[in-house]
Design a protein around this ligand. Structure first.
Ligand SMILES: Cc1cc2nc3c(=O)[nH]c(=O)nc-3n(C[C@H](O)[C@H](O)[C@H](O)COP(=O)(O)OP(=O)(O)OC[C@H]3O[C@@H](n4cnc5c(N)ncnc54)[C@H](O)[C@@H]3O)c2cc1C
Length: 249
């Protein structure tokens, strides 16, 4: 066992993966997490018998030139200008139907996740206000957005809203409070052209023993985050073997 130690800060998919790879190599590693659970966005939570699993509902890629790629500019345009689209686009996913263990919803019931885009700026006034102190205006705005989303959902899946038994509605402020997400972005730092691909944060930093993992490195999604953790772990190992080589010579 080496006398060198590694500290991983944050235990999202990236941080956990880095920790696991380092431990596997016999390196002494400690992972620090500010919340009570490891896993960051991978943590589901219970609401009256329903397991809400917001962090993963689909694993896949949208290649350049494919339909999603072409749609994104149109979708993001109002958001970049601080407005909510009149008819927000929605990503609808029936998580419990994909769970072979059947534990995400009570028998005979289904959980539905609906995600849409919203500009952070409309919530900015409450950014530094604790959740329980945000007051009536915040809750009125939240209710209005929720109703708007439900209206759109009902237009696309008629009647579904009447069958909702338990609902949880979150804004970007929840993401900020939950995992320290910058401006509440659920996919890490904004995926703008100058922050994507090679222009995102590198795994190694200007500080010699500080490495990065997570959505800021290769991009969002469980798989890229895990890969960034593996790369960070490899960099740490390389740093250690160089240091060992230097001390032997
Ligand atoms: C609604 C939603 C749907 C999604 N759907 C999918 C999907 O279908 N497929 C997919 O692949 N991906 C999906 N994602 C994205 C995916 O969940 C994330 O990209 C990925 O889990 C992020 O991992 P991460 O390593 O960046 O860390 P995070 O999950 O962001 O975790 C970071 C951790 O670090 C901790 N932390 C932050 N600051 C500090 C600090 N200063 N000190 C100590 N700890 C700190 C946080 O508390 C947290 O535990 C979705 C995300 C959301 C929100």
């Amino acid at each position: 066992m080496s006398s060198q130690r590694v500290v991983v800060v944050g235990t999202g998919a990236g941080g956990l993966c880095a920790t696991a790879f380092l431990a596997k190599q016999g390196i002494e590693v400690i992972a620090l997490e500010r919340s009570t659970h490891v896993g960051g966005l991978l943590n589901p939570y219970l609401r009256e018998g329903y397991l809400f699993d917001p962090g993963v509902h689909y694993l896949g890629q949208c290649g350049p030139g494919q339909a999603m790629d072409r749609l994104l500019d149109a979708l993001y345009d109002p958001i970049f200008h601080g407005r909510l689209p009149e008819k927000p686009s929605m990503f609808i996913s029936a998580n419990s139907l994909k769970d072979p263990t059947g534990q995400m919803a009570p028998r005979g019931k289904t959980s539905l996740e609906v995600v849409t885009l919203a500009p952070y700026s409309i919530f900015g006034a409450w950014a530094n206000v604790p959740a329980e102190e945000r007051g009536e205006d915040f809750h009125l705005l939240k209710d209005r957005l929720r109703d708007q989303l439900l209206e759109q959902l009902d237009a696309r899946l008629p009647g579904v809203v009447d069958h909702v038994e338990v609902m949880d509605f979150s804004t970007p402020l929840a993401m900020e409070g939950w995992v320290n997400a910058i401006d509440g972005g659920l996919y890490g730092p904004a995926m703008t052209p100058n922050q994507s691909m090679f222009f995102r944060f590198p795994s190694s930093t200007f500080l010699p023993n500080l490495f990065l993992a997570g959505a800021g490195v290769f991009g969002d999604g469980v798989l890229p985050c895990m890969q960034s953790g593996q790369v960070a772990a490899k960099m740490v190992e390389r740093t250690f073997s160089k240091a060992r080589g230097a001390s032997l010579s």
